[in-house]
Design a protein around this ligand. Sequence first.
Ligand code: SF4
Length: 104
Amino acid sequence: MSRRSAYGLGTRRTADWRDLAACTDAEPEDMFPEGKGKDPAVQDARAFCLRCPVIHECLMDAMRAEGAAGKDNRWGVRGSLTGDERAALYRRNPGKWAAYRTRG
Ligand code: SF4
């Protein structure tokens, strides 16, 4: 059964890594801060993620879900990276991420 989290509001699913997410009880706006880069709200979200036991799984899930999306189409902080940072991560090795996405 699902639990409330910034990335699973109201969804039904089987148990998985999301059940261990540190942001389970976070308000969505805490993980989707308005600012960019050095904004304190962004830094707070990034720091929050650094304490998360599933930070790797979360980042990989974001990279798979977002595919080749540009920075303006990647929302929120995931795995302690902003949308801009995830877009840059993708651009460094697009072939790797494309292959990862199709492997599922
Ligand atoms: S890494 Fe951050 S956004 Fe991802 S599940 Fe953990 S706390 Fe939530």
